[in-house]
Write a protein that binds this ligand. Sequence first.
Ligand SMILES: [Zn+2]
Length: 110
Amino acid sequence: MNKEHKSLEIEDKDLKDIFQEKFGDRGKRAIEGVREKRVKKYLDFWVVVGDKEHIVINERFCDCEDYLYNVSSTEPESEFCWHSIAVRLAKFLDEFDQIGAWYLDYQELL
Ligand SMILES: [Zn+2]
């Protein structure tokens, strides 16, 4: 048990380096988001809970302001906001909440 835990930590550190190098602060934020269990997989969408809940489509398109104002327009070198990076990372690590409901239905209930 302890041994497993230790190897996971090493992996985690390497991953952090890789993602931070590739995606900068957004990569760092994404790793924290995954660790804080902010990534949720509904039947229809991936949702990342940040300041608000954001829907990530095709691991790329996001409805957050960072994506809208920075990623898709003014910063050609950055293709992703931290939400979509978090979704990729969560899938890779298999670390997300699987929710057996449709996100859009769930929204209507609120
Ligand atoms: Zn986003």
